[in-house]
Design a protein around this ligand. Structure first.
Ligand SMILES: [Fe+2]
Length: 357
């Protein structure tokens, strides 16, 4: 039996001092001139509820196709790995003039039809790929309502507020993590304390030695449990597995890491994890999401965290829609492809195997 080394990091807080990325055009897409066009697009949306999932997502895809070209371009650059950073913020998208109170239970409020936020989240996710949910999270809801829940104020989840949500990739412990995530702020925390930080894997790797990069690729880390709201998985799967933190191709690797979940299994892995944590802090870009801001990130080429903030549980708290997006088949088969040949498979054919990519 292996024994994991205890946490080797002291999480930093981005709230103390940080340089906001709002003036960085590689992070913030300038959307100001397109607001009238987007308002018009939303005003003519059909009367379909998100509960009619496939019809709603088809209309959302059509809405994405009608977005102004520079917005579509920015989304597609991120989707295709051509953006400077594997995350972007589309600030101040149109918002519902009569937004319901922030839910106290992180569930969708009773609303007739679709909220503007659901249309916009739907459109951005359809630009990126296929939105999906996990049955363990709000019964598979596609557009998850992320708001502070009193009972979970100190949890390592999107329902927390009193504690920092440490650096993680979403569903790092899951065999099918989202390729992209759309985080759409409907209402910020009134005191504007919440800071979301993103770090690009390519920037992180550039801070590490070749040896450290190699150690991260070896199964010398224990995936010690899952987020509490995936608890069903515990009863079905092996929750104590040795994993690498970095995987995939040499030239364009993926990251699956959660500071709350993964533990180093030996002293060198521990030192490497410490170097990784420091690198993430040093290259992070920090944002404070405002009402209508849509942040999208590549969940395998970046890592993110959120600072603590004050919650009052009075309907005015921070409220974000969170949507997971599955990537394309080419990316999910990345390890079976030829080095440097993104679109060329190198895997033997197996008779009767019949498994898709
Ligand atoms: Fe997250």
């Amino acid at each position: 039996m292996t024994t994991a080394i205890a946490h080797s990091f002291a999480p930093f807080s981005a709230t103390q001092s940080f340089t906001p990325a709002r003036n960085n055009p590689d992070v913030y897409v300038d959307t100001r001139m397109f607001r009238p066009q987007l308002q018009q697009l939303l005003a003519t949306r059909p009367h379909i509820s998100p509960s009619q999932t496939e019809r709603f997502l088809l209309e959302a895809e059509l809405m994405f196709q009608a977005f102004p070209e520079p917005i579509r371009r920015a989304v597609l650059e991120l989707k295709n790995g051509l953006a400077r950073y594997p995350f972007k913020v589309f600030p101040l998208m149109p918002t519902d003039p009569a937004l319901p109170p922030t839910p106290l239970d992180s569930r969708r409020p009773r609303v007739e039809g679709a909220m503007m936020g659901e249309w916009l989240s739907g459109a951005f996710t359809r630009g990126l790929g296929e939105p999906f949910g996990y049955i363990q999270q709000n019964e598979g809801e596609i557009f998850q309502n992320n708001s502070p829940v009193k009972l979970h104020a100190n949890a390592q989840s999107g329902e927390s507020s009193a504690t920092e949500l440490w650096f993680h990739t979403d569903a790092s412990f899951h065999p099918l993590p989202p390729a992209f995530v759309v985080l759409h702020c409907l209402r910020p925390d009134p005191a504007r304390e919440a800071v979301t930080s993103f770090a690009a894997l390519s920037d992180i790797m550039a801070q590490l030695t070749p040896r450290q990069r190699q150690v991260l690729r070896e199964p010398r880390f224990l995936s010690d449990g899952v987020e509490y709201d995936y608890d069903d998985v515990n009863q079905r799967g092996n929750r104590m597995v040795k994993v690498p933190l970095v995987y995939g191709s040499e030239e364009d690797p993926f990251l699956a890491y959660d500071q709350d979940v993964h533990r180093p299994l030996d002293p060198e892995a521990s030192d490497t994890m410490r170097a990784l944590n420091l690198a993430m802090e040093s290259v992070a870009q920090h944002v404070k999401l405002e009402a209508g801001d849509v942040a999208i990130f590549d969940n395998r080429r970046s890592i993110h965290k959120r600072s603590p903030f004050k919650a009052s549980y009075d309907g005015n708290d921070r409220w974000c829609l969170l949507t997971y997006v599955a990537g394309n088949q080419i990316d999910s088969s990345r390890e079976k492809r030829m080095p440097s040949r993104r679109r060329v498979l190198d895997v033997p054919a197996v008779m009767g195997f019949g498994m898709g990519m």
